[in-house]
Design a protein around this ligand. Structure first.
Ligand code: NAP
Length: 256
């Protein structure tokens, strides 16, 4: 039996958990941070909540006798990715990052690429009037000083009551979003600029296509650095990696 911990919180992680559930000899546990109020629960075993830093994660890996770790978290969730790298090293188990490719700028795109959310807010100053903010709820207050700009803020759950938000409207919704709906939002709210993280993948890409079609600027936040190590770009490749590890594990058991 190969025991795998899938660090999740993404559609790709959920898809991986569903695929792995049908593979004999692999037992998976998915882990969610617990940020969303009503998360869609993955297929198979899962747990919710932080581990308590690198040390807590290392203890969990040891106690649950995890053989391999797949970090399928969002490309911008980089604290947990570094924790995963350090904890897996500490316990001495293989770790794989499943990370979808970043979006590339195409002809017709008007992108202003920035390093982080603070720089995204700075890029809007004196440049934008009606902004579609699609960065989730955690860092929304970085835009709250921009009182001259109207924001449409899309997020899964509303911000906590103590969070200072910029002027505008909060729209609670989760992807995937259709191209038709994104076109409608951009024209209905007369958006002149979108702020987006470069998340990659298809679920949230239609807003980028709609912006290209409509000549709308996109302030695109570049990805943070990820820890070094083995990486794959999609679920199929992660399944192959797991099957390979399952084969090695079986061979090791026969030797014993
Ligand atoms: P983060 O900054 O990298 O992590 C902060 C802390 O949250 C970690 O140190 C860990 O706490 C806990 N944590 C994060 N992911 C976890 C997981 N899958 N299972 C258990 N604990 C986890 O993460 P974040 O950016 O807040 O993202 C939180 C979750 O939302 C991630 O699972 C990510 O996949 C998902 N998500 C994030 C974004 C985004 O833009 N950041 C977008 C979509 C989905 P301890 O130190 O206590 O272990």
């Amino acid at each position: 039996m190969l025991r795998v911990l899938i660090l999740g919180g993404t559609g790709d992680a959920a898809e991986l958990a569903a695929k792995v559930a049908n593979i004999p000899g692999i037992e998976a546990i998915s882990s969610l941070a617990g940020r969303t109020r009503e998360p869609s629960t993955p297929v198979g075993n899962f747990r919710i909540g932080g581990f308590g830093g690198v040390e807590g994660l290392a203890i969990y890996l040891h106690q649950m006798q995890i053989d391999v770790l797949i970090d399928a978290t969002h490309p911008f969730a980089n604290q947990i990715s570094f924790h995963a790298a350090n904890a897996a090293r500490e316990v001495g188990i293989p770790r794989l990052m499943m990370i979808r490719p970043a979006w590339e700028q195409e002809e017709g795109d008007i992108w202003i690429e920035v390093e982080n959310i603070i720089n995204a807010a700075a890029a809007l100053e004196n440049e934008a009037q009606r902004v579609f903010l699609t960065i989730g709820r955690q860092e929304i207050s970085a835009f709250s000083h921009l009182q001259e700009i109207w924001f449409l803020m899309r997020m899964i759950d509303p911000p906590n009551a103590d969070v200072v938000i910029p002027p505008g409207l909060v729209l609670c919704d989760c992807g995937p979003f259709s191209l038709a709906d994104e076109r409608e939002i951009l024209s209905h709210y007369q958006i002149d600029t979108i702020v987006s993280k470069n998340s990659g993948g298809n679920a949230t890409y239609p807003k980028i296509i709609a912006a290209r079609e409509m000549g709308i600027k996109v302030v695109m936040v570049k990805r943070p650095l990820v820890p070094a190590g083995e990486q794959v770009a999609d679920v199929e490749s992660a399944v192959k990696w797991l099957l390979d590890k399952l084969g090695n594990n079986a061979a090791k058991c026969r030797e014993i």
